[in-house]
Design a binder for this molecule. Structure first.
Ligand code: NA7
Length: 546
């Protein structure tokens, strides 16, 4: 440890993570004159897009809506090449922003925050890093990303595997070659569904180990026409307004018609049009009852199942690919040639719900029925979503209470607006649990949170206050409201990572606010307009004494 690392450094704000949210938080606070330092475990900026560099990785939100909107210069200086940008292009965009706004000078890379404790005497956070920094900060701001704690199942024998092993969420920076190899992919969520068609084209054989069949619809990706981009730029202020008032952070809205009230022909036409048009929410937006009514939802399920049957030539394989949960209760998936891939001779689908994986052997993988010889295993097994990244740090609030303890048990997951949690003063969470986060275009939600947090800090500064906490009744009421809204939808009826159901031992409970980004923004604005109702703020009354 160097001498300088032993010195305690104090910042107005310490931000954890240099993805989309951490970068904007840094910029915003720096502009307002606060001292800020961002800590990032990776070697460079990008967050989710730094790590998820597996083949086929791309965003499921249209590129023109998946960028910062706070700066007209940034909007005009960057041009997306295609409707759904691939990971390298998104990472280039993030680098462009980091360079353009000169952000790196306030980021310490290759440094993981390991612990943060609230000091009740001095009203600041004491923060530890794995590189030995000793830090204090008036405000501790988590910008962790909702999908940053990867989930690798613990399968017997996995340490003995002699071949290559990867997780899509922690993909290496060196090129991974599939050519001539027997590859196994475990998991058919969005990451698996993006990677499978690409790997299948190169590998000598690909075996897909599927636990739950998924609905997926074609992305219908294409290159952007420059004239279209020009029109978008000219209308961006209206587009931005529509995104901020919308349900999912994209400038479109569900049609008012009910699926159960129109004829089967009208429904089929609507679904067919959506299928051809592509996009993440297009099919879900055809009728306003698809997210709420079981019978309505079944009509969309039937349509997608019929498409799978049309595409997949072998009826037995098609049977195995038939999803059966409520469409949209897991984040919809869009693909390029996913189901078509099962018509390839070198691709085999294994249903591991019926014949579970027993162990990984030095040369492959054994299910209850068969032993597969493999040169490479790709885990596309997802993440310990939303709360997982918090628990990788030892965060302790008032009375030394660990956050993990406070949030233990599904019903105990309590936050206020997904922005703060009682007993953890001066801590903000960007896209934390019980905010719209993963149910939305993340960047829209990130910008809203960052701007709201910055306004709150300005309010505290102007009023000469230096501590805030959440009033427990406000947190109770918010958590209850989140549960009530979720119960009105089909969302809690499915075992999904939204519910924490993908992680063994994780308490069940819906992890986001399901009322839509428009309503959510309105609620947050009302709280601010009422003098940050639900928060307790205290005057700055002590001199700093380090
Ligand atoms: P997901 O959507 O969580 O998908 C993970 C997949 O891995 C899914 O098919 C899981 O099956 C499967 N899985 C998870 N654990 C296991 C074990 N132990 N054994 C076998 N199969 C398993 O993660 P993704 O990375 O694909 O996508 C995450 C989000 O990123 C996505 O929603 C987009 O928003 C972008 P299951 O369905 O749990 O039965």
């Amino acid at each position: 440890m160097t001498e300088s690392q032993l010195e305690v450094q104090h910042f107005d704000a310490v931000v954890v993570g240099a993805g989309f949210s951490g970068l904007y938080m840094l910029y915003k606070l720096r502009e307002l004159g606060y001292s800020v330092r961002v800590y990032e475990a990776a070697e460079d900026v990008g967050g989710t897009w730094y790590h998820n560099r597996y083949p086929g990785a791309r965003c499921d939100i249209e590129s023109i809506y998946y960028n910062y909107t706070f700066s007209e210069e940034l909007l005009n200086e960057w041009t997306w090449s295609q409707r759904f940008a691939e990971q390298p292009e998104i990472l280039d965009y993030i680098n462009f922003v980091a360079n353009r706004l000169d952000l790196r000078r306030d980021i310490q890379f290759k440094t993981r925050i390991t612990a943060a404790r609230y000091n009740e005497n001095y009203h600041f956070w004491e923060i530890d890093t794995d590189t030995g920094n000793l830090l204090t900060a008036s405000y501790f701001i988590t910008a962790l990303g909702c999908l940053s704690a990867s989930n690798t199942p613990n399968i017997k024998g996995m340490d003995c595997f002699k071949g290559e092993m990867y997780h899509t969420g922690k993909w290496p920076h060196e090129e991974v070659r599939f050519k001539g190899k027997r590859v196994g992919v475990i998991g058919t969520g969005s990451s698996g569904i993006q990677a499978i068609p690409i790997i299948a084209k190169e590998a000598s054989s690909l075996t897909v180990f599927q636990r739950t069949p998924q609905y997926s619809t074609p992305a219908q990706n294409h290159a952007y026409d420059p004239e279209y981009i020009r029109q978008i730029r000219n209308n961006y202020s209206e587009i931005k307004k529509a995104m901020s008032e919308s349900r999912h952070g994209v400038p479109s809205f569900p049609r008012e018609e009910l699926a159960i009230e129109v004829s089967p022909d009208v429904r089929k036409q609507a679904y067919e049009k959506a299928w051809q048009e592509g996009g993440l929410f297009t099919l879900l937006y055809q009728f306003s009852d698809l997210g709420f009514g079981e019978n309505a939802n079944e009509t969309a399920q039937d349509f997608i199942r019929s498409k799978i049957r049309e595409i997949v030539q072998d009826p037995e394989v098609a049977d195995k690919l038939m999803p059966s949960f409520f469409y949209g209760t897991k984040r919809p998936i869009i693909d390029t040639n996913y189901f078509e891939t099962y018509n390839r001779e070198n691709v085999t689908l294994v249903d591991i719900k019926n014949t579970p994986i027993m162990e990984i052997t030095p040369t492959g993988l054994k299910t209850e029925e068969t032993e597969f010889e493999l040169d490479m295993i790709v885990f596309a097994t997802g993440f310990d979503a939303i709360t997982g990244p918090f628990f990788k740090m030892d965060i302790r609030g008032k009375g030394g209470v660990p956050l993990k303890e406070k949030w233990a048990g599904g019903a105990n997951l309590k936050t206020y607006l997904g922005l703060a949690t009682a007993g953890f003063p001066n801590m903000f969470m960007i896209t934390g649990p019980q905010s719209p986060s993963v149910l939305s275009n993340m960047i829209v939600s990130i910008e809203q949170h960052v701007e709201w947090i910055a306004d709150f800090l300005e309010y505290l500064r102007k009023n000469n206050h230096d501590e805030f906490d959440v009033a427990p009744p406000a947190e109770e009421a918010w958590s209850e409201q989140c549960r009530e809204i979720t119960e009105m939808t089909l969302l809690p009826k499915t075992d999904s990572w939204y519910m924490g159901a993908n992680i063994e031992g994780k308490p069940r409970g819906f992890l986001a606010f399901a009322g839509g980004v428009g309503l959510y923004r309105q609620i947050c604005n009302d709280v601010a307009a009422k003098g940050y109702e639900g928060f307790i703020t205290l005057p700055a009354s002590r001199a700093m004494n380090l």
